[in-house]
Ligand binder design. Structure first.
Ligand code: HCA
Ligand code: CU
Length: 384
């Protein structure tokens, strides 16, 4: 299946606002939206204009910025929400609803859910009032809903011809990749429509589930910068980019302005007052750091031996760590050459042992390694 028609729907400015310490001002939103658009995400989803008067103004202002990314409003499947969203000038609306599913099971009552009849009524209303609008319809908690129920809704919505794509949401991060594959393939075959996938990260499966969705035929994938969102968030933009890049580097390089990814992450992290997690794909501090001697030896010879992502594609550089007890003589030799010193291999091996001995008991830094190298260099000069 593997659709080459990939669009990223970045929802940092909607799902991301559900992150526990997020509350973006209009200025923040403008800055983040601009950088998302510069990076090249196809869509930017915004908090519903029905949430507050400021959210409505933000939708209006960002829709008029003339960004390359299409601006979407995320709204409930209600006519009043549709009217408010159309009024803001957004290019599309991402409607979400529930069928009589988990919420009824959890005793929250059928008033939380909608029948097919009501859903189709709202969609007809939206289409009639805004023929040019891009409309997506999604069912919340798709994966904990009985498949028989979701199929009926999606098929009817698809057949109605009222929407541009269907959305599938793993609202609680429950799905396994095999569930995602099964549901996406089924909907693809049944409806032949574009499909958007939204995956939460409660079990750390959001990126792999999103990638599986893409492979199974999903055309649109929801992400946020740093993966922020409700609870512990959704598919991270960098994680998803890394995952796709590892198989389809050329496609990712062509579609997105990869060199800007880090800056975008710094902007969002600074706005939120948090750091970028050290282990975050591509943009985390240690993403391109190699330490153990066995690794550094191979990486110096051929970076591909331990890297599936080329840091230079992301305007980043790799770090070969030398100042520690796991170091290897190839890394020490590489360091010596970098500071303009050339030793015989036997000498380098002796220096390496010295570095290992010293760093076995305490932390050392690269300056100390350089001092040791320079000291040996001077001694060598004296001897010869
Ligand atoms: C929520 C809604 C949602 C919607 C996803 C979608 C989810 O906050 O509960 O519109 O596809 O995760 O179900 O974010
Ligand atoms: Cu969500």
């Amino acid at each position: 299946m593997f659709s080459n028609k990939l669009s990223i729907v970045d929802t940092t400015l909607r799902e991301g606002e559900q992150f526990y310490n997020a509350n973006f001002s209009q200025k923040d939103k403008i800055k983040i939206a601009t950088q998302l658009s510069d990076f090249g995400v196809e869509y930017i989803e915004l908090t519903s204009p029905c949430v507050s008067s400021q959210s409505k103004k933000d939708c209006q202002v960002i829709s008029r910025m003339g960004l390359k990314s299409k601006i979407l409003a995320h709204i409930r499947c209600l006519k009043e929400d549709v009217i408010t969203a159309i009024d803001t000038g957004v290019a599309g609306i991402n409607l979400f609803s529930r069928v009589s599913l988990s919420h009824d099971r959890f005793g929250l009552g059928p008033q939380m859910s909608q029948t097919l009849e009501k859903i189709l009524d709202v969609l007809s209303f939206a289409r009639a009032n805004a023929p040019e609008l891009e409309i997506r319809f999604s069912l919340e908690d798709t994966f904990r809903t009985r498949i028989e129920d979701i199929v009926v809704i999606y098929e009817a919505v698809g057949d109605s011809g009222l929407v541009d794509r269907l959305g599938v949401a793993d609202t609680v991060g429950y799905a396994l990749p095999r569930d995602v594959e099964r549901v996406i393939k089924l909907l693809h075959v049944l409806t032949g429509m574009d499909i958007e996938f939204h995956g939460h990260n409660d079990t750390g499966s959001a990126v792999v589930n999103s990638y599986t969705a893409f492979e199974a035929g999903a055309t649109h994938i929801d992400t946020t910068v740093l993966g922020i969102g409700e609870r512990n968030g959704i598919t991270s933009l960098a994680g998803f980019i890394a995952r796709v890049y590892s198989f389809k580097a050329e496609m990712v390089k062509k579609k997105y302005n990869l060199g800007t990814l880090k800056h975008l992450h710094e902007t969002v992290a600074t706005t939120l007052g948090i750091g970028i997690p050290w282990d975050h794909p591509i943009v985390g501090e240690s993403a391109f750091t190699h330490k153990a001697g066995v690794h550094t030896k191979s990486v110096i010879l051929n970076p591909k031996s331990y890297e599936i992502i080329d840091p230079s594609d992301f305007n980043a550089s790799r770090t070969i760590m030398v100042a520690h007890k796991l170091t290897g003589w190839n890394a020490v030799k590489d360091r010596a050459q970098k500071i303009g010193l050339s030793f015989e291999d036997d000498d380098i091996k002796k220096i390496t042992l010295k570095i290992k001995d010293i760093s076995d008991g305490r932390n050392i830094d690269i300056k100390e390694v350089d001092e040791i190298l320079k000291c040996h260099w001077e001694m060598k000069k004296v001897k010869t």
